[in-house]
Design a protein around this ligand. Structure first.
Ligand SMILES: Cc1cc2nc3c(=O)[nH]c(=O)nc-3n(C[C@H](O)[C@H](O)[C@H](O)COP(=O)(O)O)c2cc1C
Length: 300
């Protein structure tokens, strides 16, 4: 018998596999492929205070081993998520739910976290959004503003707060430590890398918004490096994310220091990815000499 359960600061997961926010909607679309109750948890689509229709089309550009997206946080807004999407998900899904919250001001983060608090198990705070009151700089690119968001949401939530970090920084460790010192219960990393593609015949950027977030297998080594660096410097649990597409990627991410692993773009390439990984995980661990997944966390 192989133990593949993990614990995220008090929240027990039957296995470490979590679909990443924005690649799994509110769980509904994937019910046609498999029983989503096999998942460790679900991180639902990033939610903002107001409904958002997203950025102009085209907003996806395929790349070798990845993709660029500029969806622009399209979502129905916190009130609809709280009143409709989460209750609907709870009807067929009985494992932990992770709310993914975005904001364009500290007040917006606070309002969303406060409203969602009673309905979910973990709150994941996406600090990649621009701070409209501070020249549009992303909250997550500076230790002080990342700490400010962390403190503010911690004051209005009772659930574990995981701050989701952007990789578009020079020193991710200083930002991770600032969040930990401000009271974060955990960290999720990484979000997408800023990227761009050009249509050489039209002589224009492929994405209407010119640039977008680069994700998929190509970013995996960057994610591993950042998870490793942050795990060495911080003592709160990490959800590793970025380019994971198979069972060995999950094991590698956990050896780098992650307690659980989010799978994003791989769901869009092959919707059965999470199920396949969960099925293969016990035997793969045995093959490499482990019968308890917790023994591999941060082993290197
Ligand atoms: C289409 C798309 C939409 C996304 N939407 C969100 C979002 O709403 N909130 C968020 O925190 N991250 C969002 N992300 C980022 C993913 O959750 C993940 O951090 C990133 O894609 C890296 O993982 P991957 O390489 O496995 O996709 C989105 C990614 C994609 C591809």
């Amino acid at each position: 018998m192989v133990n593949i359960s993990v614990n995220l600061n008090g929240v027990q997961l039957q296995n470490p596999i979590i679909p990443a926010s924005g690649t799994f909607g509110f769980g509904n679309e994937f019910r046609d492929f498999y029983d989503v109750n096999i998942l460790g948890a679900i991180s639902i689509k990033g939610t903002t205070k107001e409904p958002r229709y997203g950025n102009p089309q085209p907003r996806i550009a395929e790349c070798s081993s990845g993709m660029i997206n500029s969806v622009g946080l399209q979502n129905p807004g916190i009130d609809t998520v709280v009143n409709k999407e989460i209750p609907n998900l709870r009807k067929f899904y009985h494992q932990p739910i992770i709310a993914n919250i975005s904001g364009f001001s500290i007040d917006e983060y606070v309002e969303c976290c406060n409203k969602v608090d009673a309905l979910v198990d973990i709150i994941e705070v996406n600090v990649s959004c621009p701070n409209v009151h501070n020249g549009g700089m992303s909250f997550g690119t500076n230790p002080e503003s990342a700490a400010m968001v962390t403190k503010a949401v911690k004051a209005v939530t009772t659930k574990p707060v995981f701050i989701k970090l952007t990789p578009n920084v020079t020193d991710i460790v200083s930002i991770a430590k600032a969040c930990e010192n401000a009271g974060a219960d955990g960290l999720t990393l990484i979000n997408t890398l800023l990227g761009m593609r050009i249509d050489i015949k039209r002589r224009k950027p492929i994405i209407a918004n010119k640039m977008g977030g680069f994700s998929g297998p190509a970013i995996f080594p960057v994610a591993i490096r950042m998870v490793y660096q942050v795990a060495k410097a911080c003592s709160i649990p990490i959800i590793g994310c970025g380019g994971v597409s198979n069972v060995d990627d999950v094991i590698e991410m956990m050896m780098a220091g992650a307690t659980a692993v989010e799978v994003g773009t791989a769901n869009l390439i092959e919707p059965m990815t999470c199920k396949t990984i969960i099925q293969q995980l016990p035997n793969r661990l045995l093959e490499i000499g482990f019968n308890n997944i917790q023994d591999i966390i941060g082993i290197i």
